[in-house]
Design a binder for this molecule. Structure first.
Ligand code: ADP
Ligand code: MG
Length: 621
């Protein structure tokens, strides 16, 4: 039999390598920005079209390349940054593997213009799928401009695998921010489809963070500084009260490289122990400098993971340094730091009488009985301003386009639950006025138990309320806009650029739920009206939660309505641990079973379980 092994042609090898280096437009952004920094540029512009799917272009004023270097830069393992294996352990450049440009050129249409200061004329090279289609002299300013068009044009499977523009743009911005935050001495600009998204003048670390995340960030920063034998730490942590439900404000850099390290992240989080809100992530911008000999960067093609020689020591140092900084901050909060007044509820609110909306709830309505009940007794409920949607109403069924809940609770079909109505004896609930009610009982301030024909149903109060609110918000968003309650004092919230980008995408949806935004600027939004179902002091928390859940989940299919309804319902649903009056309990039971999907919460958790008397019989044999 003849030999069967052959060497792969270069363009195939490059395409394979590209699979590791280039996952999405953001990977191209990272590699090109890093090359510009390695070329000692002092001003870098990033131009993006269609989230980088159509164009990623980086223009720098760095060293530029000679004609030969320009041509060679697209070869695999072609680099000016290392020449021997030892160099790997004294790296002071971002790149060193010499494969980024070769990989990118294998899977896109690339055009590079470059010129050194010693040369009169520059070079233009066009290359498509590893094939050079043009190489000429050209008049071009000093530095390099590389444009990468039609990424994955020759690998349709990869191109189809790309996410929505919104998600890809999120990744592009992430990479841009990671690079910009660690090089404050370089000026950066980011244009998205011709609009200027970030314009960051050269400055210092603190100012750069503020320019990226908005002026309000300044007063949230607590400085961190420590010099030890093995590491120098500088940077900032965010005051614990500004921690968010997303980890988007966690930046950890080692020797000017953005690094992911769950171990060291744990060190930081543990320094915040006891100071964070429930499920919140601490925010931080930490810059570590260590001896390059003590780390190995070459363990992953995208260079975002590294191996430390002395990880355990670093853990201890980081934790104690941050604890120390936080301690200092707590001792002298007034001197060093000013409170962010926009986050406070104006004092007057506390005494303000909130005109609660009138509510009509049909207490005698049984969603599961087919017969219409004539007399309806209006009463008020603290939870909402809307009428209970009627299960059999025609368009109710068609409201929830894209609602992807599944039945996951036990095998009980909600429509089969029959409530047992009965006279409540005054002595039991102490309220002789209430007649024709279901008997409910709250257990451990967490579950509501109600009698049903076959036995009892045990309802998780928080999830039930979440479901109710979710469907109500969704109804407002998709069918009929909710009325809003006006705020006496508009609330101003400051947002980062990307939060603002998300905000704009959902502004209409929020307005349908009852929010009124009186002003929006580049950094702030002003809320002058809120949905009737929410307390005014919660308005800003709700918006912040929502925007951070958007950046986390980056809903791919445009189902923002779903996301908004889900997040708002989650923020305001009554929590486990809240004691409820019997009227409130009953209101929840009624409204839950008037829902379209009463069995599962918006995040698909079971809301209730049922026990039949035969279950009891079996247990009590
Ligand atoms: P690496 O950065 O790992 O060396 P690349 O494929 O990213 O590999 O780049 C190959 C070489 O091309 C670099 O080593 C550098 O000499 C040159 N180069 C790339 N981009 C630029 C740029 N913007 N300015 C100057 N030289 C560049
Ligand atoms: Mg490189």
């Amino acid at each position: 039999m003849s030999d069967i092994i052959q060497l792969l042609p270069d363009h195939v090898a490059n395409q394979i390598a590209a699979g590791e280096v280039v996952q999405r437009p953001a990977s191209v952004v990272k590699e090109l920005l890093e090359n510009a920094i390695d070329a000692k540029a002092t001003a870098i512009q990033l131009l993006i079209k269609d989230a980088g799917k159509t164009l990623v272009q980086v223009i720098d004023n760095g060293s530029g390349m000679s004609v030969t270097d320009a041509r060679l830069s697209f070869e695999r393992h072609a680099t000016s940054k290392i020449s021997s294996a030892e160099d790997l352990f004294q790296l002071n450049t971002k790149g060193f593997r010499g494969e980024a440009l070769a990989s990118i050129a294998a899977i896109a249409h690339v055009e590079m213009k470059t010129k050194r200061d010693v040369d009169e004329l520059g070079t233009i090279i066009k290359i498509e799928g590893s094939k050079i289609t043009e190489q000429e002299v050209v008049v071009t300013p000093e530095g390099t401009s590389i444009s990468v068009k039609n990424l994955f044009f020759n690998i349709p499977a990869r191109r189809n695998f790309l996410k929505s523009d919104q998600v890809e743009m999120r990744h592009v911005i992430d990479e841009f921010q990671r690079v910009a935050l660690v090089h404050p001495d370089i000026s950066f600009k980011l244009y998205n489809n011709g609009n200027d998204l970030f314009n960051l003048p050269a400055s210092n670390h603190r100012q750069r963070i503020v320019n990226v995340f908005g002026t309000k960030t300044n007063e949230k920063l607590v400085p961190v500084n420590e010099e030890t034998e093995i590491v120098n730490i500088t940077g900032f942590v965010l005051k614990p009260e500004f921690s968010k439900k997303s980890n988007k404000e966690q930046f950890f850099f080692v020797n000017d490289r953005f690094i992911k390290s769950s171990y060291l992240n744990h060190a930081i989080t543990s320094a915040f122990e006891g100071l964070l809100k429930d499920k919140a992530y601490p925010g931080y911008f930490l810059y570590l400098q260590v001896d390059p000999k003590t780390i190995d960067i070459n363990i992953h093609p995208t260079k975002t993971e590294i191996k430390f020689d002395n990880e355990h020591d670093l853990y201890a140092i980081i934790k104690s340094t941050i604890k120390h900084s936080l301690g200092q901050f707590q001792i002298a909060p007034v001197l060093d730091f000013q409170r962010d007044s926009s986050m406070d509820t104006p004092y007057e609110y506390k005494n303000k009488k909130i005109g609660s909306p009138t509510i009509e709830v049909d207490r005698s309505f049984n969603p599961f009985s087919d017969e219409k009940i004539g007399s309806r007794v209006p009463s008020s409920t603290p939870f909402s301003s809307v009428n209970i949607p009627k299960k059999n109403s025609d368009h109710w069924e068609s409201l929830y386009v894209g609602l992807e809940s599944k039945m996951t609770s036990d095998n009980t079909d909600a429509s089969m639950i029959e409530f047992e109505s009965e006279e409540v004896t005054g002595s039991f609930f102490g309220d002789a006025d209430i007649v024709q009610e279901h008997v409910t009982l709250q257990v451990q301030n967490k579950y509501i138990i109600s009698k049903i024909k076959s036995g009892v149903v045990v309802i998780h109060q928080h999830r039930a309320h979440e479901r109710i609110l979710f469907e109500e918000f969704l109804q407002h968003i998709t069918v009929n806009q909710a009325v809003s309650q006006q705020l006496l004092f508009p609330v101003v919230i400051s947002l980062t650029k990307d939060e603002l980008m998300y905000f704009k995408q959902i502004q209409d949806i929020l307005e349908n739920t009852g929010f009124v935004f009186s002003k929006t600027s580049d950094e702030e939004i002003e809320i002058s009206g809120i949905p009737a179902a929410i307390e005014d002091s919660k308005a800003s928390i709700i918006i912040h939660d929502l925007l951070s859940s958007m950046s986390n989940e980056a809903e791919d299919n445009g189902l923002y309505a779903n996301l908004v309804a889900k997040s708002m319902a989650k923020s305001i649903a009554i929590k486990s641990g809240k004691s409820l009056t019997s009227q409130e309990q009953e209101d929840i039971v009624n409204r839950l079973f008037a829902c379209k999907e009463p069995t599962v919460s918006p995040i698909n958790k079971s809301i209730f379980i049922t026990y039949s008397t035969s279950d009891f019989d079996k247990k009590l044999l």
